[in-house]
Design a protein around this ligand. Sequence first.
Ligand SMILES: Cc1ncc(COP(=O)(O)O)c(C=O)c1O
Length: 417
Amino acid sequence: MAAKQLPAKGTEWESIRQQMLEMGRDDADWRSGRTAVYVFHPGDDVIQVAKDAYALFQSENALGPAAFPSLRQMEADVISMGKSLLHGDEQACGNMTSGGTESILMAVKTCRDQARSRGVDTQGAQIVVPRTAHLAFDKAAHYLGLEMVRVPVAADLRADTRAMAEAVTDRTLMLVGSAPCFPFGLIDPIEELSNLALDRNLWLHVDACVGGYFAPFARMNGIDVPPFDFELPGVASISADLHKYGYAAKGASTVFHRNEEQRAFQLFSCDDWPAGGMTTPTAAGTRPGGAIAGAWAVMHYLGVEGYCEKAKIVTDTREHLMASIDAIDGLKTLGDPQLGLFAYGSESEALPIFSVWGELKKKGWFTGVVTEPRGIHLMLSPSHAEAADQYLADLREAVKKVRDGGGSNEPTEARYA
Ligand SMILES: Cc1ncc(COP(=O)(O)O)c(C=O)c1O
């Protein structure tokens, strides 16, 4: 088949639209609650708000706040709302970014550049993280000339503070804790890490990409969420994604700093070209107005009440799923998660869990996996409340099939992306 060329003439939109819908036909079916990774489905109304707000500001560009004071205001509002959820005081500040990876990249760069400003040679300096920290830190370290030190987690699968303390050297710049970690949905002992950071004069970044816009509401609903944010004095920066449990359109995250002196190291300024000086707060040049507007609109649409309602649906669903899965002979949930994400594995060699995953995939369930130990990973949205019982029925059937020797569908390679 000939390589795709730009069509010589345009096509009317309706026919293009149909073609695109057709292209999406084999995509994971997230609208029915059968996908528990990559997509957060809060309900059609919220998605519509995000879509409309995105479209309203889709052409505007937050690279030019002087041209678009609307976006400047919206970003300032989002940061203000976000930091107040995370115990940020008046000094706390931040920026919107395109996603968790960029927020983490910015936090690591800020930490590195602050160290450089103090005369530290940062080439090959270290970031000490629990084994479960997101790979975005490896990406940041790779881009920024730093070295990752991954430390095994404790028996409860959370960060092992003592082991992390032992891993710290005079080359260490940053410690990381997750709230919660992606693999198991567990909140690391951030209070201990905060004390360690203060004790050793290190920067502690809390990766709350998953929990930043969930944990505060779960706590308001009465769930016992341990301290993980700026209420702990050792926490220097936090990443929190709006396009996850903030239910905003994709391309929206926040990175927070304890104060402006710190954030100053995040900025990039240059004027060495013939088109005037440029200062940007994040890695991006052009910053999509739609992503900022979408987040601003969804935050106003849901409010604290709406987020609490969504959080309750998700935590109730997780508890129901976890209790039902633990009741299935041979399966076991991993650790003690409090939010919307959990993983479960098999207790028996006769029940290879990736085969169970394969059977479920055949039935249209698209979920993640974990590898240490092997397990199935579920990141829940409100839309999963209705799908949960069907999932459990299919899971029981899959377990029986694999036990009876009928399923041998192990993925050859477990991939996150
Ligand atoms: C804990 C955690 N941190 C960071 C990220 C990276 O976020 P993004 O995919 O938006 O770049 C994720 C993504 O799932 C995550 O779960």
